[in-house]
Design a protein around this ligand. Structure first.
Ligand code: RAM
Length: 407
């Protein structure tokens, strides 16, 4: 991980700066979230500034900083918590992971309630749905337990802010470009980091039937995947795809469970309608790749994957012919840093008066091989704010050997 941190910090920030800034510009021009401001500042007041209503409620008496992923046993969640815990250790704070066995809203709500009853300092959560949390989140607010969402957003009415791993627009669009390039047999070129040139070149010479793209997602209601899928659909409305790529995505949902994702991948296989599957979840991409491998299928797979889990299906050396692999290339970001920056946001709430209001900044201490960083909360255009702490990164034959053991 250390090497990756350095590499990403030094090399990729520059490569992605253009798209990242473009994303920030468009969101900050959206209507300011006047309704979000009171909610976010109520979520995390300093004890002395707590409004009367909150003073009446029993404040959380210490406890740990609680980190809750969508479910246990997801390697992405495990790596993220490791980063979270590492940062908390660095600043001398106690923390614990409390993730449910099942990827459901109800299971998370129950565990949040338990944590609040026991007493906790903060809640950092990747949610399983948009709704169903109001009561328990209001309880957290009344106990002055700040909520920061990460990966999959919590309601803007209750969270301080959302820690976004990379621009939603970039993650959605880049997965479509990757899928189309792969369907056309065009390999990733690191000089074309966002793949805009690659996809244009691939389609300019493409004369076959319209390419059909399948999506194997997590839960049907999972906020983060649904946000990316919306951006995929937007990307497909661009002129370059017209008549060459079917703009209708064929969507299936594996609920971030390996067995269910495998069943859904088998359905894609049996139906034989799609040329390539995008899976915007590490669980789904691994399941789809295994199904296609077992069946010796020519349906290709890409999306968001962990190099350690995807190694059996990907090229790992420059000499490899990428097109002969099930997954020629895929995307992700520094998952460990995502956890650490979430911890840093919670510490900024606790110690520096950070409320997550648009325009506020917070500082993350130097961590691992990352130097000290300052992040700004930006209006997300949906009534809340988000802090952008990462960038999408492409794993391909030129770097897989290096990362397969580290991420
Ligand atoms: C899965 C989760 C998570 C997603 C990653 C890429 O582990 O579903 O939400 O961001 O994959």
């Amino acid at each position: 991980m250390k090497k990756m941190n350095k590499f990403m910090a030094l090399g990729l920030v520059a490569a992605m700066a253009g798209t990242t800034l473009a994303g920030c510009g468009s969101s900050s021009s959206a209507a300011p979230a006047s309704s979000a401001a009171p909610a976010t500042s109520e979520a995390a007041p300093a004890a002395s500034e707590a409004p009367a209503a909150s003073e009446a409620a029993a404040p959380a008496a210490g406890g740990n900083h609680v980190f809750m992923f969508k479910s246990v046993g997801n390697a992405f969640g495990v790596i993220m918590y490791d980063g979270f815990a590492d940062y908390m250790k660095q600043v001398g704070e106690g923390c614990e992971e409390k993730s449910p066995a099942e990827t459901t809203v109800a299971a998370q709500v129950q565990l949040i309630d338990e944590a609040l009853t026991k007493g906790c300092k903060s809640l950092s959560i990747s949610t399983n749905g948009d709704t169903g949390y109001d009561e328990v989140f209001a309880k957290a607010q009344s106990q002055n337990v700040p909520i920061v969402s990460v990966d999959s957003a919590a309601s803007a009415d209750y969270r301080v802010t959302h820690n976004n791993q990379a621009s939603t627009a970039d993650i959605g669009a880049m997965q479509v470009r990757a899928a189309v390039m792969i369907a056309c047999g065009v390999d990733f070129d690191p000089a074309d980091a966002d793949m805009t040139k690659g996809v244009e070149a691939a389609l300019a010479s493409y004369t076959g039937d319209p390419i059909n793209i399948g999506v194997l997602s997590a839960g049907i209601d999972t906020p983060v995947q649904n946000g990316w899928i919306a951006e995929m659909e937007k990307e497909l409305t661009k002129d370059i795809y017209a008549g060459k790529v079917n703009p209708e995505l064929d969507k299936k949902y594996g609920d971030d469970e390996f067995t269910k994702s495998t069943t859904q991948a088998q359905a894609f296989l049996n139906e034989g309608k799609v040329n390539v599957i995008i899976s915007p979840t590490t669980v789904g991409i691994a399941a789809a790749a295994e199904v296609m491998k077992q069946a010796n299928s020519n349906i290709k797979v890409t999306g968001l994957g962990l190099p350690s889990e995807m190694k059996p299906y990907m090229p790992t050396s420059d000499a490899d012919d990428a097109n002969s692999f099930i997954c020629p290339f895929m995307l992700l970001w520094d998952v460990s840093h995502l956890g650490a920056s979430t911890a840093a946001i919670q510490m900024a709430v606790a110690n520096d008066g950070f409320t997550g209001a648009a325009g506020e900044t917070m500082t993350m201490q130097a961590w691992g091989e990352y130097a000290e960083e300052t992040f700004e909360a930006k209006d997300d255009g949906n009534g809340g704010t988000s802090v952008l702490t990462g960038i999408p990164y492409t794993f391909y034959k030129g770097n897989m050997a290096e990362w397969a053991d580290k991420l």
